[in-house]
Design a protein around this ligand. Structure first.
Ligand SMILES: Cc1ncc(COP(=O)(O)O)c(C=O)c1O
Length: 419
């Protein structure tokens, strides 16, 4: 049987070389390796068993995503939370062993995705880990000072998002890296770049690890889930064994990306990805500017607005692409005087009467909206919500690819209809 498979492979090899303009889809879960390839398996070099992350469609996608972020090595997995946890856990384990630490500290900077926030709380609470998590706040005007104070000798990792989910603060990430490197503990810095996919480049700030929920902008169209981890060239060169540990943990953990999803992403999603990202951003800028003038809107947060509180950080961290600045597809806004009930009425009016669904995930082609207060960030305490600006009258809008004026008109219609 094995020989027959080999014959079949060699029969199509010439065909691939001479005919295929694009990579075909490999609907297989395993391959055949020689002795050397089997040894190489933990280096990610062997196109072997699918969970070991070396499926050809995984490798093709990883190549594109590593290049997008300017990383050294990377891995795709089944979803964004998989990427978050598979990056954090082995990094903690690697440095705890290397530094002979009994207990490690992780610093997590809120504002961040509710699931990642919960992962931080779990790491702190779980009896499986000897980890304490210290939460800081991106909205803290003394963030860098407080970060320096929070970095104890056993601090191993700092984790943040830029812009943060949901209220879009933009921290001085270069400052965070500088503070981290100037301490004795020299913790590594990891950034979730989901909100900044394609136009924000954290490795340029000195960040060591990037994770991304590709379920959102990378896959696009809200059709499948995907996660991605990549390491910076500097970090990988200095700590190749940390990558080996991540790779190994990922193989043990499972949560493999389906090969079809990998194929669809590298062949279709990535083809129009650069243009999609630009369009999300261009549309969002139009909508944010119009919302800012709406009589029923109290305040709009969007990095492209003059009123954006973190303008200075954004400008010093994000570069234009081909001469044009992009600010992303996410908008956060506050409805004048609205209670939680009225805000939910507004969301359900949109959901039931317009093309804008009320859902927690980000937009693909179609714009979407949600209340961070009662949905995506419901798990935070009232005090923490208030600290990062999540109020009952606020909503997170994720801009899709539709003509923006029509989308704004639907938002406006719903604001008046539920006044
Ligand atoms: C910033 C961010 N990180 C991570 C995740 C988790 O991604 P997934 O749902 O693909 O697990 C999300 C999900 O919304 C997110 O917004």
């Amino acid at each position: 049987m094995k020989a027959k498979v080999r014959e079949a492979i060699s029969a199509v090899e010439d065909f691939f070389k001479t005919f295929c303009g694009a990579m075909p889809y490999f609907h297989v879960s395993d391959g055949i390796g020689n002795e050397k390839q089997n040894k190489d398996i933990f280096e990610g070099k062997f196109h072997g068993y699918i969970r070991l992350g070396c499926h050809p469609d995984h490798v093709a996608l990883e190549k594109q995503l590593i290049e997008m972020e300017g990383g050294a090595v990377g891995r795709v997995c089944s979803d964004g939370m998989g990427a978050v946890i598979k990056a954090i856990e082995p990094t903690l384990s690697y440095f705890m062993r290397k530094k002979n630490l009994k207990k490690a500290r992780v610093i997590i900077i809120r504002t961040l995705y509710g699931g990642s926030d919960d992962a931080g709380v779990y790491l702190d609470e779980s009896l499986l880990y000897n980890v304490e998590v210290k939460f800081l706040y991106s909205t803290d005007p003394n963030l860098l000072k407080n970060l320096r104070k929070a970095i104890t000798k056993n601090t191993v990792l700092i984790f943040f998002e830029n812009p943060g989910n949901p209220t879009l603060p933009f921290v001085d990430a270069k400052g965070i890296v500088k503070v981290a490197r100037s301490t004795q503990a020299k913790p590594k810095v990891a950034c979730d770049n989901t909100f900044g996919t394609g136009f924000v480049h954290p490795f340029e700030w000195g960040v060591d690890i990037i994770v991304n929920s590709g379920t959102k902008y990378i896959a696009g169209a809200s059709s499948w889930s995907l996660g991605f981890i990549t390491l910076s060239k500097g970090f990988y060169a200095e700590h190749p064994d940390c990558w080996k540990e991540m790779f190994r943990w990922s193989c043990i953990h499972g949560g493999t990306l389906g090969p079809f999803e990998a194929f669809m992403t590298h062949t279709f999603s990535m083809a129009d990805f650069p243009e999609r990202i630009r369009q999300h951003s261009r549309n969002a800028l139009v909508i944010a500017r119009m919302l800012e003038r709406h009589p029923l809107v109290e305040r709009v947060i969007y990095p492209g607005l003059d009123s954006y509180e973190y303008k200075k950080n954004f400008k010093s961290h994000v570069k234009p692409i081909d001469g044009e600045m992009y600010y992303g597809g996410m908008i956060y806004f506050y409805i004048k005087g609205a209670s939680e009930e009225r805000t939910n009425k507004f969301l359900f009016y949109l959901n039931n009467n317009t093309s804008i669904p009320n859902k927690a995930s980000l937009a693909g082609d179609v714009s979407s909206i949600e209340s961070a207060y009662s949905l995506s960030h419901k798990g935070l305490s009232a005090e923490d919500k208030a600290k990062i600006g999540i109020t009952p009258n606020s909503v997170r809008f994720s801009t899709g690819l539709e003509p923006p004026i029509g989308v704004y008109q639907e938002l406006s219609e719903a604001l008046y209809a539920t006044e």
